[in-house]
Design a protein around this ligand. Structure first.
Ligand code: T4K
Length: 364
């Protein structure tokens, strides 16, 4: 194995646009003095992203967590049970708890780690208000199956689509499904605005409510309802606009790196199955080891070389220590103990991907 001297390699490295392109947007902020509160760059970014995703009622907000909280509030869900997945980043569960609702975990299906639609109905009670599935890693939930259940029981569907930017399912952006879909534009995401998020809202009236509550619930001196500050700044929008120009290139480069891993790992590790009809965005490169012990050995070997993959996601969220009730989710707990995401970012070279794969193969 060839040891190469290199900088540390983390699970991701945020894409940064050419400085002069970002500066051009920042110059506009300096010219107008409009820094936040629905400024022109926020509006321009909203319009561009809505067009790119082919959606209406696109609202750019502070981050992907507040997007989930705003979604619950805008749909009038202030208590009750929310059916959700245990296999996600903690924000999915914590946003539910923060809004004083109860997360009810339904296990995942082992093929692509999204909520197991066949187990949802059994979890519905008279207190169930909504389903909050996650298009985890950018893979598609069974959107048709989930909608059928939601219609049957009159439930709202909020997709945590934090990872789904750029994934297209059956010709439509994955974020166009559900009553509301939320996105994260955090620095670690394939498209980012440093911090940021969005809500894509189906119903016009709900969209109006969300728009109002994300800016304190008032228009000038007229106060209509309880609100919060979920607005986004012009500087964040500037980064988004500068990055947006490169989005196709970013996705293309990630595809190439995933291709290297696919070839070099050659089916030696478990990989999620891409659903028929899904054009996958390559938001992450998850791999499933045979055992947790094998994963830990691979991590030790990689860390020794300054390479830091991440245990996305661990632990299974049904085991969060601050939950009042424990529910067993066998599949999620098993996957969480054995899954990791390998480094994936535009600047990762073929040589580096090769080195990472080589270390893993040697451990296996
Ligand atoms: N729903 C889902 C399904 C989500 O995955 C997330 C967030 C949310 C909701 C909530 O969205 P936001 O409110 O965050 O918009 C990261 C992100 O902070 C988080 O946004 C993301 N999901 C989650 C999956 O990953 P950490 O704790 O792994 O971040 P951190 O700081 O350890 O970063 C990972 C690596 O990236 C670092 O080791 C180095 C590199 N890095 C990171 C940052 C922030 C850089 O090179 N530069 C940077 O600026 O959570």
């Amino acid at each position: 194995m060839t040891a190469i001297t290199r900088e540390k390699i983390f699970v991701t490295k945020p894409y940064l646009p050419p400085r002069e392109e970002y500066n051009r947007y920042v110059d506009r902020i300096y010219e107008t003095g409009h820094l936040t509160n629905e400024g022109p760059l926020v509006k321009e970014l909203e319009q561009k992203l809505a067009e790119y995703l082919g959606v209406k009622n696109f609202q750019y907000v502070t981050n992907g967590t507040i997007a989930l909280q705003l979604a619950l509030k805008a749909l009038g869900i202030e208590d009750g049970e929310i059916i959700t997945t245990p296999f996600s980043y903690v924000a999915t569960t914590s946003s539910i708890l923060w809004e004083r609702c109860k997360p009810v975990f339904v296990d995942i299906e082992p093929d692509n780690f999204t909520i197991d639609v066949t187990k949802i109905e059994a979890a519905i009670t008279p207190k169930t208000r909504a389903i909050m599935p996650v298009h985890v890693f950018g893979y598609a939930c069974d959107v048709e199956g989930i909608q059928k259940i939601a219609d049957k029981y009159n439930l709202k569907v909020i997709y945590d689509a934090a990872h789904a930017f750029g994934s297209v399912y059956k010709g439509k952006s994955l974020v166009s499904y559900g009553d509301i879909s939320t996105l994260s534009f955090h620095a670690t995401k394939l498209f980012h605005t440093v911090e940021g998020g969005a809500c894509i809202v189906k119903d016009e009236e709900v969209a109006g409510k969300l728009d109002l509550i994300k800016r304190f619930g008032h228009n000038c001196d007229n106060h209509y309802c309880l609100g919060i500050n979920g607005k986004q700044s012009e500087f964040h929008a500037a980064m988004g606009l500068a990055n947006f120009k490169h989005i196709d290139d970013i996705i293309e480069k990630r595809k190439i790196i995933c291709g290297y891993y696919d070839r070099l790992l050659d089916g030696r590790l478990g990989r999620p199955k891409i659903q028929e009809g899904l054009e996958y965005n390559r938001a992450y490169y998850p791999v499933v080891f045979e055992t947790e012990e094998q994963l830990l050995r691979a991590f030790a070997a990689l860390n020794k070389e300054g390479i830091y993959p991440r245990r996305y996601f661990y632990p299974s969220l049904n085991n969060l220590p601050y939950l009042k009730e424990r529910k067993v989710c066998t599949v999620s707990e098993d996957i969480c103990s054995r899954i990791a995401c390998l480094p994936l970012f535009v600047e990762l070279t073929a040589e580096e991907a090769g080195f990472i794969a080589e270390i893993i193969v040697e451990v296996l």
